[in-house]
Design a protein around this ligand. Structure first.
Ligand code: DGL
Length: 266
């Protein structure tokens, strides 16, 4: 039965947990595998060839584990690796940016800011995907290169973090955006700092749209797990399992330390 198979979710680190915890709440009876590629982060500074290689290694790992679908809970890999891999394996793949663009394009706003990694911003994936559905919305993209490291090294409460976040908010403010998308799954970890500076109703976390879309699509394809029991979960990382467990805490309290699984990489 395909319905009982696992859902594979991956990111370069703890960022994808912002998606995972919502999937788990929405569909607690599903079985999950999460992979955090800590050895190769930050993805947001890697080349296209590297990102495709990392994604392929993780796809093969998930396929060996017999997953029913793969959730790219990482904007950077969705922007760069999804097109190259979407038809290569006989498996359903959910990329975060492309899955959320339609809903974002329907928001009644004129000026949309996007904070994301350098690779995501340089790909202009948000601008291009939204433009497919809405040619009127103006999209202002800004890379925040330090933010992933702040989150992964658990430095969210450091005073230097507030200055760093403020620097990018000030730059974005010049575009006078109505809303700002947190276009990297690590950035919701900084929400408290962001909101303290610029109010609560400005920031959009696409993981909410994304997890709802995945549930809707699995249901549409009769792929939902119909069991009434709580599902299983397994966590794997390519490096630093203890650091992962500590940094994860804000979004997801892991019961056990994740298992180390490394691929040859590039
Ligand atoms: N969390 C990932 C994203 O959504 C990438 C973070 C990184 O640069 O490793 O883009």
């Amino acid at each position: 039965m395909i319905n009982n198979k696992k859902i594979g979710v991956y990111d370069s680190g703890v960022g994808g947990l912002t998606v995972y915890e919502k999937l788990k709440k929405l569909m607690p009876n599903e079985n999950y595998i999460y992979y955090g590629d800590l050895k190769n982060q930050p993805y947001g500074e890697k080349t296209k060839d590297q990102l495709i290689q990392y994604a392929e290694d993780i796809f093969k790992f998930f396929i060996e584990k017999d997953v029913k679908c793969i959730v790219m809970a990482c904007n950077t890999t969705s922007a760069i690796a999804y097109e190259a891999l979407k038809d290569k394996y006989d498996i359903k793949v959910y990329p975060i940016v492309q899955s959320c663009a339609n809903v974002l394009s329907l928001l009644e706003i004129e000026r949309l800011g996007v904070f994301a990694t350098p690779v995501t911003i340089n790909s202009h994936i948000y601008k291009n995907e939204i433009y497919k559905y809405n040619k009127e919305m103006q999209v202002f993209e800004l890379a925040c290169p330090e933010w992933v490291k702040i989150v992964e090294s658990n430095m969210i409460n450091a005073s230097s973090t507030i200055d760093c976040v403020k620097k990018y908010l000030d730059t974005m403010k010049q575009n006078n955006p109505d809303k700002i998308v947190l276009g990297c799954t690590h950035y919701p970890y900084l929400r408290r700092v962001l909101v303290n500076i610029w109010g609560d109703d400005v920031f959009i976390d696409p993981s909410i749209i994304f997890s709802n879309y995945i549930k809707y699509d699995l249901e549409k394809h009769n792929m939902l797990n119909l069991s009434e029991n709580e599902g299983t979960e397994e966590f794997f990382v390519s490096a630093n399992p203890n650091e992962f467990k500590i940094a994860a805490k804000m979004f997801y309290e892991l019961k056990n330390t994740p298992t180390l699984v490394e691929f040859a990489g590039v």
